[in-house]
Design a protein around this ligand. Sequence first.
Ligand code: CCH
Length: 287
Amino acid sequence: QAVEQKTGIAKSQADYQKVYDAIAESLEVEGYDDGSVAPVLVRLAWHCSGTYDDKDKTGGSNYATMRFKPESAHGANNGLNYARDHMEKIKAKFPWISYGDLWTLGGVVAVQESGGPTIPWRAGRIDGFEHHVTPDGRLPDAAQAEDHLRFIFNRMGFNDQEIVALSGAHALGRCHTDRSGFEGPWSFSPTTFSNAYFDLLLNEGWKWRKWNGPAQYEDKKTKSLMMLPTDMALIKDRSFRKYAEKYAKDEGVFFKDFSDAYSKLLELGVPKAQFPSQSWHMGGEAK
Ligand code: CCH
């Protein structure tokens, strides 16, 4: 099915596949973090979607409101200018794509090309205006615990199982002192999407790191990995822990549940009528 973009020219899945390919080719960036922009593209896709409030239907990925000053300056979005600037180069080649489609497709490419599951995705988001920006405080605060996680993610419409599944994205990437104040990667291979986050969370020994930065954990053995207070809440809370254990044991189950929850996340706030009826499988072979 074709999707009508604002240019009025209908685009097909094949057109979006070209955008996918261009993003995939752009992921490796020598000298940037661990050599890939995939992690920060996942964070952009998540933060542009996670502002959704299921009660009043505001926020979400539809209008790509992080382009506007109030939202781009929200503390939770520190450092995402890097990801947005990166995506501008793709936008220059495909000016017909909406920012919401571009950023969420970036999040799909980043997960899939890092070895993660296939993420059903479809085009249809439209560019909105500054008045669509939602208030600060809709994204999670890493210094908090399980009650806060439930408060934030229930607002988006996610349950305990989906909260834990989505958190597994922290297998990718790292914290930066100049962005969030926290420091370090969660896993030994931060450019590979896997269930390593759950395995490490449950099976490594963790203690508070002694440093001048915000309270975070470090692994006792190598002192090279980190966990946020919110990460640790996933094994302290009994309901959350059940799912963390399941995902640590079975990567296939994690991949399936992550794919479902992430696909749902990337569509938050988009009226169904804007989408073609079927989701697409972009990129490589289905896993
Ligand atoms: Fe996250 N995340 N995240 N996160 N996140 C950070 C980085 C990444 C929280 C806090 C932080 C999700 C959920 C949560 C990624 C994906 C997801 C950072 C460091 C903090 C702090 C930012 C920095 O300094 O650069 C908290 C709290 C939650 C609560 O649940 C979810 C959900 C996802 C995706 C599905 C990814 C990927 C990164 C790495 C970014 C990078 O630049 O390497």
